[in-house]
Write a protein that binds this ligand. Structure first.
Ligand SMILES: [Zn+2]
Length: 498
């Protein structure tokens, strides 16, 4: 909509006039459909305020729902009011005239929730659901495409360690597409039906794969080897077997077992029906076993040290791929240099809300102050972590702590200080303002493992229960132990995979 790239300019020239899609017909299917999407784009976008010159204060979406709608402003009143967002900004701070405040008392509150950039930049229209605000072709495709329900078992069936021809049969079984007699009769092909494996029952898919005495023997064998009781209410239940806490290598083995088991039953049925071969379930079991063993040995997935994984793999004659060796790393919190202030920050995140917290300490590891704040319905844990870093910088600037060492357990936050494009658009103005603050400080940022950041972690968790910014001037009780441990230089231990 506002890109300076050539293709965007051409599109705008063809279908837009003064920010609105043209009304007249264009003799082209492509241009006409572009025209239809303009409204969709506006409905799913909003403005990130810069200098405010391009945004209509009342009718554009920039601080939630357009103010004209949320405040019920009558169109006759609207024409007398200042219309641009820039009319309400003075020296990059909000300036709401007194009469607007009297007429619409809620406006001031809503507007002040939007952070203005300290250095004026151009306004930009951002796609709401995108972290960086850009609408990419991938997002547009995802937005427009038809969303099908997610099927849990789909991932269990396809694996590069199992031949696709075998997986295909399992796929057809799950989709009810195997041509058993009951399926053929549904398609109008009415023949007398008899299960070729037991000659004792009409052939339905459920009978063939689960109830038939032949299938039953094989399932019993699998249950014995895995030491589990099998009880299936529906087809999808069989894949739950591979969901349990198995090691990755074991999971492949179990998936291979299920897929080859279904394949063996179908092969036995076809051999019995078309080649008159009486199937012996034991020979099919040994065929399944050798295929499981092959899949388990060829995979590059690793096992664990658990005894259950070990015995299962051994029973299928699979060589165990040992897990990566681990090492124990000592993590010690370091106090800052003399005359410096160190702030550890962290974010917390749950389904309902998010929060951040942190604490400032001096070179004697003494407590200066701590904070926790609820950051509302943030879109990710990363946003909460960023809020923690920003809050720390703002507090340090306010207290004139000009030698600031910021420490976080999020590597992404450390990276964000090098590349602001990682920061979600909704936090971008505040983030750039904070970077500006750090330019007038001696500022360093570093990463610490979570084990060295327990105090900040606990404060962030408190933030989840708060409704406003809370500042502590004394060590809060909940972090007393970990604070003391840090102060005395006690190590914490971290298990690392080499
Ligand atoms: Zn049968």
């Amino acid at each position: 909509m506002h890109s300076d790239e050539d293709w965007a300019k051409i599109l705008r020239f063809r279908v837009m006039r003064k920010g609105i899609a043209i009304n007249h017909h264009v003799y082209s299917s492509i241009w006409s459909s572009v025209k239809q999407e303009v409204q969709v784009i506006y409905e799913n976008s909003c403005w990130k305020v810069g200098n405010g010159h391009n945004i209509n204060f009342w009718s554009d979406s920039w601080c939630g729902e357009p103010l004209a709608l949320s405040q019920n402003v009558h169109p006759d009143v609207l024409i007398w009011l200042p219309s641009k967002v820039s009319d309400f900004i003075q020296n990059q701070t909000w300036h709401i005239p007194h009469y607007i405040d009297t007429l619409f008392p809620q406006v001031k509150n809503l507007v002040q929730q939007v952070t203005l950039p300290v250095e004026p930049i151009a306004d930009s229209l951002v796609w709401k659901d995108s972290a960086n605000g850009l609408l990419t072709l991938k997002m547009a495709y995802d937005f427009k495409r038809h969303h099908f329900p997610i099927i849990n078992w789909a991932k269990s069936i396809w694996s590069k360690d199992i031949p696709p021809s075998r997986s295909l049969l399992a796929w057809r079984v799950m989709l009810d597409k195997v041509p058993t007699d009951d399926k053929l009769s549904e398609r109008g092909c009415n023949l007398p039906s008899m299960c070729s494996l037991c000659n004792n029952h009409s052939e339905t898919m459920f009978h063939l794969f689960f109830q038939c005495s032949f299938a039953f023997q094989i399932w019993c064998w699998l249950a014995t080897v895995l030491e589990v009781t099998l009880h299936f209410q529906s087809m999808t239940d069989i894949w739950l077997l591979a969901e349990k806490n198995w090691s990755p290598q074991c999971k492949i083995v179990i998936k291979a077992a299920l897929i080859h088991l279904l394949y063996a039953i179908w092969t036995a049925r076809n051999n019995a029906r078309f080649n008159n071969e009486m199937p012996n379930w034991k020979s099919y079991v040994s065929w399944i076993s050798s295929n499981i063993s092959m899949a388990g040995n060829l995979t590059n997935k690793l096992s664990s040290t658990a005894l259950r994984d070990f015995t299962t793999l051994k029973r299928f004659n699979v060589n165990i791929h040992p897990p990566n060796p681990t090492s124990i790393k000592e993590v010690i919190w370091q106090p800052p240099f003399f005359d410096w202030v160190k702030c550890n920050t962290d974010g917390a995140f749950n389904a309902a809300t998010s929060a951040c917290g942190g604490l400032f300490r001096n070179s004697d590891a003494a407590f200066l102050c701590g904070f926790a704040v609820n950051t509302g319905n943030a879109s990710s844990a990363f946003s909460a972590e960023l809020c923690g870093a920003m809050q720390a910088i703002e507090i340090a600037a306010f207290k004139n702590w000009n030698n600031l060492w910021l420490e976080t357990d999020s590597t992404l936050v450390v990276k964000a200080f090098k590349s602001s494009s990682l920061v979600p658009w909704a936090l971008r103005n505040r983030w750039l303002n904070c970077l500006l603050l750090t330019q007038s400080m001696n500022f360093v940022v570093s990463h610490v493992f979570r084990e060295g950041n327990f105090c900040a972690d606990s404060l962030a968790n408190i933030g989840l229960t708060l409704d406003r910014l809370t500042i502590w001037n004394d060590v809060p009780l909940v972090i007393k132990d970990s604070f003391e441990a840090n102060r005395l230089g006690k190590p914490f231990f971290r298990v690392m995979h080499i």
